[in-house]
Design a protein around this ligand. Structure first.
Ligand code: ZN
Ligand code: ZN
Ligand code: ZN
Ligand code: ZN
Length: 254
């Protein structure tokens, strides 16, 4: 209580929203107290006009602690958070990259997006790319790989509400969830286009043979667990081959 008094004094005993003076009221147990509510988003106090005690997840807490609990926030913060709920705004890699290790389903989502992104770039040149079959609101999944909406993270949180401790072993299987299913569906569409449907340029870019070894089985660029793509020329190699000799065309081997 003393802390609250101090904070309120710090903001001039005024509501941070409307800047009206905060009024005091008599409480049987506590004596005179400010009629003010704390906003967990801004960390400031508000009058009952500006803070209706609505609750929302706090984006920073989601990113830092994987904490999706809803906290009381002022009306403006509520509008702000809910207004961007479905919009890609949160960069996990920049804010808390450890989260990928702590939440395996999230790292699966990121891998899927890396694959989508590779295919997306290949298909930029293609006139027959089936972009219209992918809802506009889902295109950011392939246009870039790092930014998530609260809703994306929420759907992952639903299947994995707790972060792994470093001592925990990673789960063998990731429970199905809506986001991953959606990402896989997009991947399927893009792969189907590149490997089967495209009559023009996508196929040969997606399916290549490793020119560092003599294996004839083609590699798929999106098979990111086993292949490496040369960042300069885009040629695809087995991970192991590339590790040994790098790209023969771009980097002189010593
Ligand atoms: Zn106010
Ligand atoms: Zn194509
Ligand atoms: Zn090879
Ligand atoms: Zn190269």
């Amino acid at each position: 209580k003393a802390e609250a008094e101090q904070c309120i004094a710090g903001q001039g005993a005024k509501c941070k929203g409307c800047l009206e003076a905060l009024r005091k009221e008599w409480k049987v147990m506590n004596g005179w107290e400010y009629r003010a509510l704390f906003c967990h988003y801004t960390g400031q106090y508000y009058c009952p006009q500006c803070h209706k005690a609505r609750t929302a997840p706090i984006p920073a807490r989601v990113l830092m602690y994987w904490d999706f609990k809803e906290y009381k926030v002022c009306d403006e913060a509520y509008r702000l958070i809910m207004g961007v709920y479905h919009r890609p705004m949160l960069c996990v890699s920049a804010t808390n990259p450890r989260l990928f290790d702590q939440v395996p389903a999230l790292s699966v989502a990121r891998k899927l997006r890396l694959q989508l992104n590779i295919l997306y770039h290949i298909m930029q040149e293609c006139k027959d790319a089936p972009w219209d079959t992918i809802p506009a609101a889902q295109r950011y999944y392939m246009q870039e790989t790092e930014i998530y909406s609260l809703w994306d993270l929420k759907r992952i949180h639903e299947v994995q509400p707790k972060v792994l401790k470093s001592a925990d072993t990673a789960p063998k299987s990731i429970p199905a969830n809506e986001l991953l299913v959606g990402l896989k569906r997009i991947r399927q569409k893009l792969i189907a286009h590149c490997v089967r449907e495209c009559g023009t340029g996508c196929g040969p870019q997606v399916q290549q043979c490793c020119s560092l070894c003599s294996e004839e089985e083609p590699l798929y660029v999106f098979d990111i667990n086993n292949t490496v793509q040369c960042p300069r020329c885009g040629k695809v190699y087995h991970k192991a081959c590339y590790k040994l000799q790098a790209c023969r065309w771009c980097f002189a081997t010593s």
